[in-house]
Design a protein around this ligand. Sequence first.
Ligand code: C5P
Length: 406
Amino acid sequence: MLQPPKLALKGRNILVGISGGIAAYKIPQLVRLLKASGANVRVITTEMALRFVTAETLSVVSENPVLTPFFDPEAKTWNNHVDLGLWADAMLIAPCGANTLSKLVNGQCDNLLLTAFLSARCPVWIAPAMDLDMFQNPAVQQNLKAFQNNGGHTIEPEEGPLASGLVGKGRMAEPETLAAVLIDHFCPSDSPWVGKTVLVTAGPTHEAIDPVRFIGNRSSGLMGIELAEHLARCGAQVHLVLGPTHLQASSWVETHRVESALDMLEACQHLQASCDMIIMAAAVADYRPETASKQKIKKSEASLELQLIPNPDILSQLSHQRSKDQCIVGFALETENAEAYGQAKLHKKKLDAIVINQAGPETGFGHSTNKVILLHANGQRMESPLMNKSQLAPLLIDTLAEWFYA
Ligand code: C5P
């Protein structure tokens, strides 16, 4: 079986909510496991939870303050549940007792944990923990069903000895199981991208004219960023070489910022050997000024001539230097005869595949939507409808996985 990479949760923000129950004493161990997998962890507890585990322990292991009441009694500040809900990439409420479960289902919000849950846009898991008869009670079972119908996920309790002395189903799943569920969510063990390292380039390049001026283009980098994000969600180790743009990727993508085509070439060459696949979505400037003036060029009445020289074709160089199993995917942006020009580029640059997009009113640079044709060097072809780049990225990544890693 494929193993998740060591830092499977690298950069993921995980919000752990603890409700009152004896199993709360196991949550520091869960937090440690999540941290060891690279996650950022914040903990919210109910008042009752602090009877079973200390805020100090949780704060030490999570490396963050632990939040319980709506107001911080010392700083006299508001603990902002909306920010926490938006911060989280996943929320796990463990242990989740019958009382908290009932409130989650009914939208009650009389503590910080519940308000953070209502504010969260991310997937939420609960790990129920209670005595066996409570767990079997029809009211609890109905609430569990309602929670799932509302889109929540449940990590089933286990059978065994309970705090009451009874033996049966109701023990919170062990911290290792809880951590494994989150790891599998972000890094599915059957994903073909687990264990793969992918280099994605994105954005424009800026070619300096002088210290304050440059030659650039309208690329925002969005398509490449979406590809990088989706690859990371599928479990790949992702390096994003990103040109100058105001957009940025999440922290689980390793971003290498560059300015010019020469910087991008250097960064890519440095990373190439460690990568299984290279996806060149960047809009690299074809030319740069032969010399960049050290001082700002002064305005004058005379016309100004800039001598431009060609930039290296990064994609061709990487393709030339590639190892036997390395897969190289290029992009082509054309304003006419898109497929024919793209096809020619695929062969000329000796690529494994090319994504062809036609510049248009809703496609290509600066738009949130795109419509592409993906060509494989062996003749396979996939054509997308006009769609959001955030939806197109999974379609492209799934097709590449099918073509190259099935
Ligand atoms: O030849 P053309 O610029 O149309 O090819 C586009 C593809 O080549 C894109 O994948 C782009 O990232 C890459 N490219 C490059 N270096 C350049 C120009 C383009 O890697 N100097």
